[in-house]
Design a protein around this ligand. Sequence first.
Ligand SMILES: Nc1ncnc2c1ncn2[C@@H]1O[C@H](COP(=O)(O)OP(=O)(O)OP(=O)(O)O)[C@@H](O)[C@H]1O
Ligand SMILES: Nc1ncnc2c1ncn2[C@@H]1O[C@H](COP(=O)(O)OP(=O)(O)OP(=O)(O)O)[C@@H](O)[C@H]1O
Ligand SMILES: [Mg+2]
Ligand SMILES: [Mg+2]
Lengths: 159, 159, 165, 165
Amino acid sequence: ASKRFGTTFAAIQNNFSKLFVELFGEGATAEIVLEDPDDLLESPIEVLAKPSGKKPCILTQLSGGEKTLTAIALLFSIYLVKPSPFCILDEVDAPLDDANIDRFMNLIRSFSDSTQFVLVTHNKRTMEAADRMYGITMPEQGVSRLVGVSFDHDLQLIA
Amino acid sequence: ASKRFGTTFAAIQNNFSKLFVELFGEGATAEIVLEDPDDLLESPIEVLAKPSGKKPCILTQLSGGEKTLTAIALLFSIYLVKPSPFCILDEVDAPLDDANIDRFMNLIRSFSDSTQFVLVTHNKRTMEAADRMYGITMPEQGVSRLVGVSFDHDLQLIA
Amino acid sequence: MYLSRLEIHGFKSFADRMVVDFSPGVTVIVGPNGCGKSNIVDAVRWVIGEQRARILRSEKMDNIIFNGTSNRRSLGMSEVLLTIENTRGVLPTEYEEVTIGRRLFRSGESEYLLNGIQCRLKDITDLFMDTGMGAGAYSVIELKMIEDILSDSTQDRRHMFEEAA
Amino acid sequence: MYLSRLEIHGFKSFADRMVVDFSPGVTVIVGPNGCGKSNIVDAVRWVIGEQRARILRSEKMDNIIFNGTSNRRSLGMSEVLLTIENTRGVLPTEYEEVTIGRRLFRSGESEYLLNGIQCRLKDITDLFMDTGMGAGAYSVIELKMIEDILSDSTQDRRHMFEEAA
Ligand SMILES: Nc1ncnc2c1ncn2[C@@H]1O[C@H](COP(=O)(O)OP(=O)(O)OP(=O)(O)O)[C@@H](O)[C@H]1O
Ligand SMILES: Nc1ncnc2c1ncn2[C@@H]1O[C@H](COP(=O)(O)OP(=O)(O)OP(=O)(O)O)[C@@H](O)[C@H]1O
Ligand SMILES: [Mg+2]
Ligand SMILES: [Mg+2]
């Protein structure tokens, strides 16, 4: 069991460093370390992140948007090891600025061959990058209804 | 002390019901109750909210956006009793849809004679409703700098 | 393997039956605050076996049944069906298409369904074992959880890694 | 009464001195992720007397001093000055304009300033007593706190009501 954990951990570590650079750009580095490498099965896992040009910092010093991107990089580095057939993300793009929305959606796009994504969002930039869009409304107060599917990105649907 | 708390509480209760309707529209009702009205100084305070047309529900059943609006209504009903000279809101508009951003900014506008507001936001609709805009960038990685002040809503500044 | 259809009836704000057809790729769900988007996400969590009411933003499990509006009476049952295309045979069954279902009655009785036939919860969790899809897996993420993934309690993080091993 | 000027030097990512002039009304602060917007909010919390490093997203208080980048050395001191227009005489002093200041040195020494003269923290908290402006008041709100205001722990809510009474 501890050997299996060891190999999984090493693979996630490797993925995380790569994905972090993809999301934060060149010059950024990040790593996941085991606080106590001798005790694979119990050791807590630490995450250190260093956005480009900044000093490495602990997670609490990262900004709201930086934290979200770091968590997404971690989540996807686990998906690379054990792909999940589907992934539902509920407004995780809310803290991101436009440039990071684009990077986030590029990452989603690169995974969308092996994983199906369903994203709940209010952000028009995220909507534009999707394949399909469903709208939910409440024509009768308190009762939800599906509005329609728009393949051609006709954004008036949700205006 | 308990008499003073009693009158303050009654004033906040009254304000909250009014502000809740302002933010959620006609038909919505909300109230704040003391779980144990005999013990003014120790009793916990419950908040019940009923968006228009829905059954009254406890706070955990409200949606992300509805919770944010309810908390804002509560905060401002306290400000009406004891105005704070300034209020800094850091990305509290992130969960709101466009219609609720407008209601939120209308509320802010109606308080801005007695309270100064500083809002951190990524939402263009919020930016457009403000009087002044400051930009922060990092021309040198890791070092923050003030970009400039734009009174005339020249949104390219932050593109 | 992907989700191909979700049917919701009587779950939270979905008083009327709603059917959503999904395709592979990236789908977005949009709509005003409070219209029911996160309720759809909760419906998926519930049908794949979530037992904790708190995760579904409810105090008791029967809070997930439509509890009425000013014009409608509350319902007596909540039902969610999820159809999964098992094209790559990831699920340990010979069926091409698998439909799982879950029902909850006001009486407290609950039913689980597999391709229309009543089964036990264990049959559904066994089906998802090791596919990354079960209730404990990290396939449904909301913003608040992002804080948890990076939170100080490294216990949460360890759980994620162990799930993958 | 309103905030008229904020000067930050050596606080978090503000290695170079920055001066922001505020006016009454509604001001927005914008910029990309990680550029320093919330650091400005933390600077205001700090200068009005916040003593808890956790609220400033730091483990120890000296983490708020600029700790360098790949091209710059870390600084030895952090200073924030806040000028308040006391037009309606809300602050219990005869000055029209009041500037409060706070400094922290790497050595751990900290200083508080009132109109350029060193004072104690108590002088600053006394100044804000009953104006709704102190570190404990609800004048600085971030999204995470919205959850807290409505959270199950009604203790938080009681505190808000007591502040106002
Ligand atoms: N059992 C129930 N019966 C009827 N309505 C319910 C039930 N449970 C929750 N609701 C309603 O569902 C609404 C919340 O829906 P949901 O959280 O899906 O909104 P949302 O679309 O995610 O909005 P946001 O964009 O603000 O996150 C609440 O207004 C609540 O009253
Ligand atoms: N003592 C310090 N010295 C130097 N840089 C620091 C220090 N403390 C924090 N930082 C940096 O400040 C950055 C965070 O800034 P901040 O939280 O203000 O971003 P933000 O503009 O609010 O972004 P977002 O839009 O994502 O919320 C981090 O990248 C962190 O490295
Ligand atoms: Mg939601
Ligand atoms: Mg921030």
